[in-house]
Design a protein around this ligand. Structure first.
Ligand code: F6P
Length: 526
């Protein structure tokens, strides 16, 4: 049986067994802000909220997040709660208020200047500032307080998201050992050599081992995590079932590749997408030229300069394409308080200008760079009307743009150029896989977007669509809930048809073989 919203609803009911579901993520799914004296709401850019919102719509419960919009207070009640989605409420958003100093030290500081570069191998040196660390601890405590309030009075499953909250699981377990806690780490976990340079590595790991389940996108990140724990803390690692035991707390470590809701493409495209596409072509003077798109937050992990430089190389290699296509880059502004992000925006702008000056004409520009926020209606329209989409992350936990692009292509056309350093590349093997650091390969990928025969596009796209349809966001959440929900309370329906399709033992065996071979090799037992 395939995974759908309905099936996830069923799993949630059975597995949660009456327990509350509380998701904790720094980013809220809906931000309220003032515009021209009116309050409007937007969906923020970024994979986490895109992926989890359909899950919460299916399961209900509470999402605890930083209230970051300037109209957020005005739209929440006295307990900082409101029902969302604003146009069709089905779950509760509990906002946590941070002072500018807390946002600076915890979000811009420790989360995004220490853990973000530490976990991504992109050669941006992490900062290790003790004052950021102090605020990170303080804000984790603040969120712990909010979660404990939301979980009062009964069993609850707490689903913690990401690197903003490494300390939260342990803080919660200390006060409420009965809570079942799972954490999903949306970014890569690096090798132990890299992670262990962090002066607070032990405390971070100690915090994460407060979880009953610690999950990453791919097996490699699980292996790296276990390895890091093994080398940093005193604990028992059970290689039979891939878990860590420390101070009588057992944490299972498992890969769960995140995904998207394939039905959203239809919803966002609507019936009038062709008319809107025509308008857009007129508005940007695109005429009927083929379009290649990039859709990202402007972040140094995404490889945006690499892909724009590749546009230049492509034009050098294939001058016959001068004047014949456009590369359109949507770049949502992100973390702009940080110099590395501001510098990157300038760099991208400069490359776009340089390439446009070199190859552009009065009425044609090869690169269009739109450095602004766009909603999913516009983004899906671009996916649908383009010849290809380029995802050139230098390192990425998953990358959901790649999967979204595939869901938008009901016509089974379109070429996906995908960095081999994304989690998505493990699943979307029919994409045109590239090393983003290899400019010639990137230029060939762009060429493929414009020249791949329709039959070949169809063959590849069909396989990728099957992959994303089968392994959708409901399966991701369903499998996670199935795994962790069992710990909430033994449920009488445990043996119903809702159990996982694949025998987990098989997966564990495979992990084990891979992991044990790493160990045996290192200890020189071969
Ligand atoms: O994927 C990692 C992540 O931090 C997610 O939490 C989020 O979806 C995305 O990057 C966007 O980041 P931010 O919430 O900092 O804008």
């Amino acid at each position: 049986m395939g995974w759908s919203q309905e099936r996830l609803e069923q799993v949630a009911q059975t597995r949660l067994n009456g327990a509350k579901l509380i998701v904790v993520a720094n980013r809220e799914p809906y931000i309220h802000r003032y515009k021209n004296g009116q309050i409007e709401w937007i969906r923020p850019a970024g994979g986490l909220t895109t992926a989890l919102d359909p899950v919460m719509r299916a399961c209900g419960g509470t999402w605890v997040a930083h209230g970051s919009g300037d109209a957020d207070k005005a739209t929440a009640d006295a307990n900082s709660r409101l029902r969302v989605p604003p146009d069709d409420p089905s779950y509760t958003l509990r906002r946590v208020w941070l002072t500018p100093e807390q946002e600076e030290g915890y979000y811009y500081g420790f989360a995004n200047s220490t853990l973000w570069p530490l976990c991504h191998q992109v050669y941006c040196k992490p900062t290790f500032d003790p004052s950021h660390w102090e605020v990170y601890k303080q804000v984790n405590q603040l969120f712990a307080q909010a979660v404990l309030e939301e979980a009062e009075g009964g069993p609850a499953l707490i689903f913690v998201q990401d690197y903003h909250f490494a300390l939260l699981p342990r803080m919660l377990k200390q006060v409420r050992p009965d809570l079942v806690i799972a954490q999903f780490w949306h970014i890569p976990w690096p090798s132990s050599e890299i992670f262990r340079v962090c002066p607070w590595a032990s405390e971070l790991l100690e915090g994460m081992l407060g979880n009953d389940l610690m999950s990453f996108h791919i097996q490699n990140h699980c292996n790296n995590f276990l390895e890091t724990v093994d080398r940093t803390l005193e604990c028992r690692i059970n290689r039979e079932n891939f878990s860590v035991e420390r101070n009588s707390q057992v944490t299972r470590v498992r890969p769960h590749p995140i995904s998207v809701d394939p039905n959203l493409a239809k919803e966002y495209l609507g019936d009038d997408w062709e008319a809107r596409a025509q308008e857009l072509r007129k508005q940007w003077n695109l005429e009927n030229r083929p379009l290649i798109v990039g859709v990202d937050r402007v972040d140094y992990t995404k490889g945006i300069p690499e892909r724009l430089n590749a546009v230049e190389r492509f034009l050098e290699n294939h001058p016959e394409w001068i004047g014949q296509f456009h590369f359109l880059q949507l770049g949502a502004p992100s973390r702009t308080n940080l110099p590395a992000y501001r510098d990157l925006t300038l760099e991208v702008q400069n490359i776009a200008n340089r390439v446009n000056e070199r190859f552009g004409t009065e009425d044609w520009k090869p690169i269009i760079f739109l450095n602004e926020h766009h909603g999913p209606e516009d983004i899906f329209l671009l996916y649908r009307m383009s010849a290809g989409c380029v995802v050139s992350s230098l390192h990425d936990g998953m990358n959901l743009v790649a999967k979204e692009f595939v869901t938008a292509r009901e016509d089974e056309q379109g070429v996906l150029v995908l960095s081999e350093f994304t989690g998505a590349a493990r699943e979307l093997t029919e994409a045109n896989l590239v090393n983003p650091f290899d400019i010639e390969q990137m230029a060939s990928g762009l060429h493929a977007c414009l020249t791949m025969p329709p039959e070949e596009q169809r063959r590849r796209m069909r396989k990728m669509r099957t992959q994303v349809n089968d392994n959708n966001i409901f399966r991701w959440a369903g499998k996670l809930l199935s795994e962790v929900g069992k710990m909430v309370e033994p449920s009488p329906e445990d043996d119903s048809d809702i159990v996982l399709e694949e025998e987990p033992e098989e997966e564990i065996k495979a992990m084990l073989e891979q992991h044990n071979s790493i160990y045996l090799f290192r200890s020189g037992r071969f």
